[in-house]
Design a protein around this ligand. Structure first.
Ligand code: TMP
Length: 313
């Protein structure tokens, strides 16, 4: 059970907020809600990061696995080599002192080497299925309900990740009760041969630091523009640029840039602050409209979109 965030007349009621919800500027948020509600669901889209945003940060007290982290190639030698790369590059990824251009090169190096190892080690789709089945990855409670609500309102959800599209898709398949035709994934997508073995990756490499550069250049259908396959092209892809109101969800301040490619009118941002709360809360509360703490479920986001587009509204 979660506390009500909005009253019936859509005003913020801070006194009713759950202890896990932080809103620095309730009035600004209320104004955004009004603007987005008035424009209607056809002008709205959701852009979400995957790891630790849609999925939980901790499961059974242990740090969550990412789409990369859960992957077991079925070949201990290659798994160990990828782990060694992680041990070397992850500290560089999170280092605050490496200049951005230098770090970008390092991330390109890391992603290229990992992708090469996945190909060289003969990753199969079957191994992805098994890895996901054996993993501890879990969606936040309420993700299915959120997707269902958005699907009913024909609101697209774009999952944006520097991870692996095929793994994310398999996580969705195995962990949600059903598939959602309004949910698209923009991430690194694999090409398999007839024997089900990975042979290459499609399009441009998406790593943590160029994820936002690639973000949503909606001037053309995404798969043309980015060289990334986001599934069947449909009217929706082309119409995304017309959806100028956005709900953005992420777990890093950098995720706020996922909407860079969109000339948005009104954006509501939700930040999941999972760790280092004391150190990071100030910057999160000033940067995101809503901050959820302590690995909160998705109920707050569901309530927000329900308030935006409930049939009674
Ligand atoms: P994202 O899911 O926030 O877009 O970022 C992907 C994460 O994947 C990033 O934090 C680093 C991690 N990663 C691995 O764990 N192993 C790898 O081999 C690579 C290339 C990335």
């Amino acid at each position: 059970v979660f506390s009500l965030v909005f009253s019936q007349n859509h005003q913020m009621e801070p006194c009713e907020l759950s202890a896990n919800t932080v809103i620095a500027h309730p009035r600004a948020l209320t104004d955004k809600i009004t603007l987005i509600r008035d424009a209607g669901p056809s002008k709205f889209q959701v852009i979400a990061d995957f790891d630790a945003t849609l999925t939980r940060y901790r499961v059974n007290g242990l740090r969550r696995q990412t789409s990369h982290g859960l992957l077991q190639q079925g070949n201990a030698y290659y798994d160990a080599k990828r782990q060694a790369l992680y041990d070397h590059y992850h500290p560089l990824e999170i280092s605050p002192v490496i200049p951005i251009d230098e770090k970008t090169k390092l991330m390109e190096e890391w992603w290229s080497k990992t992708h090469e190892l996945l190909i060289e080690g003969g990753l199969t789709y079957d191994a992805i299925k098994k890895s996901v089945a054996n993993s501890s990855i879990a969606f936040r409670e309420g993700v299915t309900e959120l997707f269902e609500f958005l699907e009913k309102k024909e609101i697209p959800v774009l999952i944006f990740s520097a991870g692996l599209a095929d793994v994310i898709e398999e996580v969705l398949r195995q962990n949600l009760d059903r598939t959602f035709k309004n949910v698209k994934i923009v991430s690194n997508r694999m090409v398999f041969n007839d024997d089900g073995q990975l042979v290459s990756f499609k399009g441009n490499l998406i790593h943590v630091l160029n994820k936002n550069e690639h973000a949503l250049d909606m001037a053309a259908p995404l798969h043309d523009r980015l060289g990334v396959d986001i599934g069947e092209e449909d009217e929706e892809n082309v119409n995304m640029k017309e959806r100028r109101n956005v709900l953005l969800m992420g777990d890093h301040l950098g995720d706020l840039r996922m909407s860079d490619g969109l000339d948005y009118e009104t954006r509501i941002s939700i930040g999941f602050l999972n760790d280092n709360i004391e150190k990071s809360l100030e910057s999160y509360r000033e940067s995101f409209d809503l901050v959820y703490l302590n690995d909160a479920p998705m109920w707050g986001a569901l309530e927000l979109v329900s308030r935006l587009f409930s049939t009674e509204a």
